[in-house]
Design a protein around this ligand. Structure first.
Ligand code: NIG
Ligand code: FE
Length: 411
């Protein structure tokens, strides 16, 4: 698609020289061009600059007077392929049961797994595509989606095939993650190692053969999988060409970050419970810490200590964690606002975390996450606003007028 945006009040996140990710103080700056044009050719960002240098060409034109353009959100952590919902557990929590108590009684991940095992691939696809379409309208232009609600060979592969179909049929960038080690299914209740061996020996070869995943993940948490289990899964993933990304330090810190860094994982996600040594371990590595503030909000658990981490020089990405149990919301606008309101990130830091750093956490930093020549024209056109500070300020009310994927407006 070819299109020329004119009179853009402010073009946000303009990176002339490509960056991989931003850390510490670098996250404070968000380069912009006021009164700008943006030229899209063949779905890619071809050129941009001051209006006075706008090319005079015959091409479809969109007048953006009073409005801003920023790169689409990059949501590097979701579980948006799932069956049914868990609103019953939500009400149980309001009545005083904890998330862990509900999980221990067979609710939680096992509840979603039961529903998913009983759902056909077609039905699962239809339920999931509705959520994908919803997040596209909310400004997301690249998303990672995990398996992990199957917990049997058939059901895990069903999830991954649904993700593959979404990838083939939608213009949004999608990366797939194998999260078989999300919980221990009842059939392996007293045989966790047997379950891990099944994932490794039985499922991984098929994933490789059918090209069903880019990444491998594990829930490293007390009562789920240990640091040793994490080591095993990451090693097995490597043999099959899958890069690691781990769920870690959500409720307890059990050494998963250290194992992750040792194995060069791409990201460590959740991080609600961070010890000083965990922050130290992450320094000077290529591993992206990822915070999921909507999960903290929904479960009333601590927020990831973003201030402490960024002030220590670390990078940080923001993602939704869209899933039926801990975060039934895929709204990156809310994530960015909550990061500012509850985690004291500045709007500049939050926007960097939700664009270029999120792109890095999906190995997509060369394709999306900034206004850079040659990148995909995945864009958000805002409503008329005075400054980009209004984006997190107007929490709960997205400032989005239109969204574009590869330069095409998605309605
Ligand atoms: O990232 N923490 C582990 N897994 C998911 C939620 C699991 C669920 O409750 O369904 C998460 O929060
Ligand atoms: Fe998650």
């Amino acid at each position: 698609m070819n299109v020329l945006f004119k009179n853009i009040k402010e073009l946000i996140q303009v990176r002339e020289t490509p960056v991989t990710f931003l850390a510490g103080k670098e996250m404070r700056s968000l380069p912009t061009i006021k009164n700008a044009f943006l030229l899209v050719k063949d779905g890619l960002i071809a050129d941009y600059g001051l209006m006075k240098n706008c090319p005079d060409i015959e091409i479809k034109t969109i007048d953006a007077t009073g409005k801003m353009i920023l790169p689409s959100w990059c949501d590097s952590h979701t579980h948006l392929v799932y069956a049914g919902n868990r609103e019953g557990e939500f009400v149980d929590r309001i009545r005083g049961n904890s998330y862990q108590e509900i999980a221990n009684k067979g609710g939680g991940i096992l509840n979603s797994a039961k529903k998913l095992q009983e759902t056909s691939e077609e039905d699962l696809y239809n339920q999931s595509k509705a959520r994908l379409e919803e997040i596209i309208q909310l400004g997301t232009g690249a998303v990672e989606i995990k398996s992990g609600y199957g917990l049997t060979k058939d059901a895990e592969l069903k999830m991954l095939r649904v993700i593959k179909k979404l990838k083939e049929r939608y213009p949004i960038q999608i990366k797939a993650t194998f999260l078989g080690a999300h919980a221990i299914p009842l059939a392996y209740k007293d045989n966790k190692n047997g379950y891990l061996q099944m994932l490794i020996a039985d499922i991984l070869p098929t994933i490789k053969r059918e090209g069903l995943a880019d990444f491998i993940d594990i829930f490293c948490e007390t009562g789920y999988f240990s640091a040793n289990d994490t080591q095993q899964i990451l090693e097995a993933g490597k043999k099959y060409g899958l890069i690691g990304k781990i769920h870690v330090n959500q409720f307890t810190a059990i050494g998963g970050i250290q194992v992750g860094v040792k194995n060069d994982v791409l990201s460590v996600d959740h991080l609600e419970e961070m010890r000083t040594e965990d922050i130290e371990t992450l320094k000077k590595t290529q591993t992206m810490p990822v915070a999921l503030p909507s999960c903290s909000y929904f479960l009333s658990i601590p927020y990831t200590p973003a201030r402490k981490m960024i002030d220590a020089g670390l990078p940080l990405a923001l993602a939704t964690d869209y899933n039926p149990g801990s975060t039934p919301s895929g709204n990156m606008n809310f994530v960015v606002a909550t990061a500012c309101i509850k985690m004291k990130m500045t709007p500049e830091e939050a926007i960097n975390a939700a664009t270029i750093n999120g792109a890095y956490a999906m190995s997509l930093e060369r394709k999306v996450g900034s206004i850079t020549r040659g990148k995909l024209a995945n864009l958000i056109l805002t409503k008329e606003i005075n400054s980009y500070h209004f984006i997190p300020y107007s929490f709960g009310n997205p400032c989005i007028e239109k969204v574009f994927l590869k330069g095409t407006e998605i309605k």
